[in-house]
Each structure stands twice: as C-alpha cells, then as structure tokens.
Design a binder for this molecule. Structure first.
Ligand SMILES: [Zn+2]
Length: 267
C-alpha cells in the first residue's frame, strides 16, 4: 500500500462528500464533517510517513534504550561519499578515535569507490541511504526494489561485508518502503538528533544543537555529502564534528556505530 494512493483516495472522498452536500444528497454538515475527517486521516498518515520518529509503518530505529548510566551516542553521516569532505571528516574522526556510521548513496559510491573503501578501512560502519537519492514514496514497487538492491550490491561489493541498515532519503517511508527494505534484509534507522547541518547554519550552531539535544542512546544525523545536488560545502559539518566529539566526551559520552549501539539495547 502506498501513502500516495491513500492521499488520492481521501481527496476524492472529500470532494465527493462536498458535492453530495451541495446536491442535497447529504446534509451539508455531514458532508463537511466527512470531508474534514477524510482529510485529517490522510494528513495524519502523511505526517507519520515523513516524521522520522515513529514506527507506524514498521520498525524505525531512532535511538536506543541503554542500561542505566551508559552514555553512548552514534554519529551518522548521510549522502556521501563526497570528496573532499568525506576524507576530511575521516581525519577528524581518526584523530579522536571515534567510529561512526555512514549512510552511503549507491550512485556516489560507484563514483568514488576508493572513498567508500577508505571509510570502511578506518573501521566505520557502512550502511545504505539509497541506490539513488530519491523520494522513495514516489517510486513504484519495481523502482523501489531496484533502488535498494542496486545500492546494497554496490556497497557490499566494495566492502565485502553485508549491509544491515538503511536510512531512506529524508527518512520518508510507508508500507511498501518498509516491506521492500525488510525484503532486502535491512532495518530502517532514522535519527533522534537533527541539527540541520545541511543548511550550513554555522559551525558553532551545528555543534550546540547536537550537544543540547544529545542523550544516552541518541542517533545523530549529520551529512558528509549533499544529495542530490552535490554542490554545497560540508566544511561546517566537518569542523562541528570535532567540537561535538570533544564537548560530549567532556560530558562522559562515548561514541559507537549504530550496530554497536543496537547491540547494547537494554530493551
Ligand atoms: Zn539524504
């Protein structure tokens, strides 16, 4: 089932109800109520598809419940690889001995395979963002399955390791997206902290937003790439990452990959 079909259906129901009210087939108040309820249902379902932190359409991981006192955080980076920023980020992470999870775009990986291999060789976790950075809610089943399969194949070919996690572009998902992701043997991982670094609001702003919102078990969404335009600088994110690590460490946080964070789940 697609959220798009539901939206078309509720729009039709609303229009038909209003027409029925106008033609006297329904009382006007009943027609208006029916139209409002239909639109509210459609709007709610759309919100659940685009908001990152719910599992309405299927399990969506946004943070992990840790044992009392454990202060672990997972830094995640979307949209790469994206030279030279991905490599610059790797240096920041390496200098601080921090592992991270990279949600990689298959097309970008094909363009810069050596960068993906470099990320993996540094001990970071490689996960799938998409084969091609598209809104998966707009794809039909075949396109969706092809998108996921192509991205997974590229990443697994480059790293020699199975990919376990996927973050759909923008975090958008509905019933069919969840079904195809599960068929590919992947789990959906969104985020609990989003500093909106892609808008380049300033190094300090990015760092402050993350440090303010971070909590034990949090998954932080940052970007080493810029999909699909591939023109923006990610310099601010690279610099902010160093500050985030230093500041959160002062607060007693340790950094782990998403896979490691999930393995510590206290249930
Ligand atoms: Zn993205």
């Amino acid at each position: 089932m697609r959220i798009l079909y539901v939206l078309i259906a509720v729009s039709l129901i609303s229009v038909m109800a209003l027409w029925a009210g106008k033609l006297g087939m329904l009382r006007k108040k009943v027609a208006a109520l029916l139209a409002c309820v239909s639109l509210a249902c459609g709007g709610s379902l759309l919100l659940l598809a685009v908001l990152p932190g719910n599992s309405f359409y299927g399990e969506t991981i946004t943070s992990v419940n840790l044992p009392q006192g454990k202060k672990l955080v997972a830094l995640t980076f979307d949209d790469g690889p994206y030279p030279p920023y991905t490599q610059a980020l790797l240096k920041v992470l390496e200098s601080r001995q921090v592992p991270a999870t990279f949600f990689v775009v298959g097309n970008n990986a094909s363009r810069y395979p050596e960068v993906v291999r470099l990320v993996a060789s540094k001990g970071h976790e490689i996960a799938l963002h998409a084969g091609e950075h598209r809104d998966l809610l707009r794809l039909d089943r075949a396109e969706l399955a092809g998108n996921i399969a192509s991205g997974k194949k590229v990443l697994e070919g480059l790293t020699g390791k199975p990919v376990k996690y996927m973050r759909p572009p923008h975090g958008f998902r509905d019933w069919l997206v969840m079904e195809e992701v599960a068929k590919a043997g992947l789990r959906v991982v969104n985020w609990s902290v989003i500093p909106r670094d892609w808008t380049n609001p300033g190094v300090q702003v990015i760092a402050e937003r993350v440090c303010k919102e971070a909590s034990p078990g949090a998954i932080v969404l940052l970007h080493d790439g810029d999909a699909p335009a591939q023109i923006a600088s990610r310099e601010q994110t690279v610099k902010a990452t160093g500050i985030i690590i230093d500041e959160l460490r002062k607060d007693g946080y340790e950094f782990v990959t998403v896979g490691e964070l999930l393995s510590r789940n206290a249930g």
